[in-house]
Design a protein around this ligand. Sequence first.
Ligand code: ACO
Length: 380
Amino acid sequence: MSVHAHVFKGLEGVYVIDSAICLIDTEKGALYYAGYDVRELVEKSSFEEVAFLLLHQRLPTKSELEEFTSRLRASLNLESKHIETLRKHADNKDTLTMLAMLMVLEGGGKKGGDPGDLEAAINAIAKMGSFFSTIIRIRSGGDYVPPRKDLSFAENILYMMNGGEYRREYVEILDDLLILHAEHGVPASTFASLVTASTLSDLYSSIAAGILTLKGPLHGGASEASYAQALRIGSAERVPQWVESMLAEKKKIMGFGHRVYKIYDPRATVVKELIAKHAATMDSEAKKLYEITQALEDYGQKVLAPRGIYPNIDLWTPILYRMIGVPPDSFTAFFAVSRIAGWAAHILEYWRDNKLIRPLHLYVGEQPRKYLPLELREGS
Ligand code: ACO
């Protein structure tokens, strides 16, 4: 009998895996991928190299990186079956659900459980990028543009999304965002992927579970919610009154708070630095968004930081997403294009020593109860 059982609501404070993929230093406010500081990776590395690092938990040699990059690039190509499906569903505005569906179809009945299935991981990472770019391209009335052999992953995402054109200065922003979002331990989406993978479902379906879990506004969907919030606020001057009314109604401010950081999210610092670096390319929409976001950060911190609630990465990312041309209803989908590297790495790592994830629940209902025939029940 489980009289001494304790329920950890939301699994708060519970370690569910051991993993060599990422370390979050919640005291200093730092994030490491397989031992490398994400700030250094943003500065010196590329998404291709970081994806290799996460999957192998070590940096590649020059020839390994070349081979990995060319496999990733080759898998960016879409076949006519993909393009037909994308065209058929492009008017469905729920980009993440579309990506999840496309991922499951891509799996095509493959088996799960192989920790060495790098081919599936590489194909899934690349396909997520080309599905995302092509959905945006088709929705804007264009046709599928195949990737180019001479372009990096980030360049190809922009190139395919914009029908063969892109601004060079946006490549760095996109690549840095891809690196920054690639991994973060076991948030809800990664945990959902692992729950699915632990049943020995296939890698693509496990990733689809992650995509659908990312969608919610308490997790990856916060970037879209935070953008909508800035539009609703409308101007920097309105921020204090707006924050006070939200808090009075016990509503949450999007882009604030985090389950593991009770300090400023270190990823938000990197995003702010990127915005400052590229400030010259901001249009009037991005500038207005910036003013509102800065006012929200200042006032929100004043009232929420004493409770350990600080700005998180999703307060600031909408500005960069708008700058590089990601439509607001696809912000979270962009997050998935990056986080798939972390999901795939965790799934393969988990399969090295798989154990079905099957927690317990504490029954709090009545029992035992006597079954009454329908005609004898009250109100019959
Ligand atoms: N605004 C106002 N109050 C907040 C906020 C917020 N953003 N976040 C937490 N709180 C308050 C809650 O109202 C609650 O107050 P109470 O104790 O008086 O009831 C208390 O802080 C604890 O909140 P929980 O939601 O239980 O704490 P948790 O650790 O689960 O919160 C979460 C983490 C879900 C991210 C929360 O901070 C939140 O909802 N933030 C807004 C959504 C958001 O920005 N999510 C993105 C996270 S980053 C990412 O996933 C990429």
